[in-house]
Design a binder for this molecule. Structure first.
Ligand code: FAD
Length: 310
């Protein structure tokens, strides 16, 4: 039979929210385990981060993630780079199945973040990893001096465009909304880039190719169809929360699948001993806000365990 690994605090998710909660709880001398894939967090894939305070030159998301892991480990937290399959609530603890291991914790902090949103246009799925990607930081350099399209909207499209413009030969922005709503700093930079074309209010119709992507057919605002000769397509349409584990545990979700918190300060949920933090709760969905919630959940978890010992 598999031996159960016993902890005070189990944290599911190795992004900024989970890792911050780990720093707070391990510094409180609790036995802490973070379970999640740190290299797969949004933070790790964020590329250059310019709005996280303290780094005036910006910092690579992966670098920030590594620093947080080092800090949590320095205070004794364990990090298990594996995904969780199942969580069960027992009388006074939580049982977590991950890989071939079983973990038990008095407290559970869910910080499973979010994943990329798919747009669902014909060919998006079929050509995934054959020219279609959701991560320009991971795959962008594969398209050096090639024609590339970015399909989506908002800050995520703008940030991807700023990253890809110096790499690509020509960059076609297929903006599925009438306007590009993004941070002013990205708008200013995009205006200065001379290899970028903008299609506002456009619709991706079909990806065409053989082994890999060769063309993207789009409908532009006037109703006219255009075929873009491109080698790569980045889909940047925001994210959807990873709330499956929370749901299976019985936590209530909002209509957009975020976890409902009982108290926004303590980040406790309807299940005693279970706290949530980061993008999983909705809100502004930034590194700084995920860290703020990770800190709050870490403090609440510590107080909860102290209350059990009285
Ligand atoms: C391309 C991109 C660029 C961005 N740029 C910026 C920026 O410049 N500035 C900014 O402030 N924000 C930026 N963001 C947003 C920011 O990265 C997120 O708001 C932040 O990372 C959320 O932190 P989190 O800890 O809640 O979740 P995440 O970072 O999403 O981490 C979630 C963690 O949960 C784990 N997980 C998921 N499912 C399971 C499971 N079943 N079992 C175990 N673990 C699981 C994942 O492996 C991961 O480790 C960007 C996001 C993207 C995608």
């Amino acid at each position: 039979m598999t031996e159960v690994k016993d902890f005070d605090v189990l944290i599911i998710g190795a992004g900024p929210a989970g890792l911050t909660a780990a720093i707070y709880t391990s510094r409180a001398n609790l036995k802490v385990c973070v379970i999640g894939e740190s290299f797969d967090s949004q933070l790790a894939k964020a590329g250059i981060v310019e709005n996280y305070p303290g780094f005036s030159e910006g910092i690579q998301g992966m670098d920030l993630s590594t620093r947080m892991i080092d800090q949590a480990q320095k205070y004794g937290a364990f990090i298990e780079e594996v995904l969780v399959k199942k969580i069960t609530k027992e009388d006074d603890s939580f049982l977590v199945e991950a890989g071939s291991e079983l973990y038990k914790g008095k407290v559970l902090i869910l910080a499973t973040g979010a994943k990329y949103r798919e747009l669902g246009f014909p060919g998006e799925k079929e050509f995934y990893q054959r020219g279609v990607s959701y991560c320009e930081v991971c795959d962008g350099p594969l398209y050096r001096r090639k024609n590339v399209a970015i399909v989506g909207h908002g800050n995520s499209l703008a940030k991807a465009a700023v990253f890809m413009s110096p790499i690509a030969k020509r960059l076609s922005l297929v903006i599925i909304k009438e306007e590009l709503i993004c941070e002013a700093v990205y708008k200013d930079r995009l205006a200065k880039m001379d290899n970028v074309e903008f299609f506002y209010g456009a619709e991706p119709l079909e990806v065409i190719g053989g082994d890999t992507v060769e063309k993207l057919k789009i409908k532009i605002k006037t109703g006219e169809e255009k075929t873009l000769e491109i080698s790569g397509i980045f889909v940047t349409a925001g994210t959807v929360p990873n709330s499956e584990l929370a749901k299976s545990l019985g936590l209530e979700l909002t209509k957009n699948d975020f976890v409902k918190v009982k108290n926004k300060t303590t980040l406790e949920t309807e299940i005693p001993g279970c706290f949530v933090a980061g993008d999983l709760t909705g809100g502004r969905r930034q590194i700084a806000t995920a860290i703020g919630e990770g800190a709050s959940a870490g403090i609440s978890a510590t107080k909860y365990i102290q209350s059990l010992q009285k």
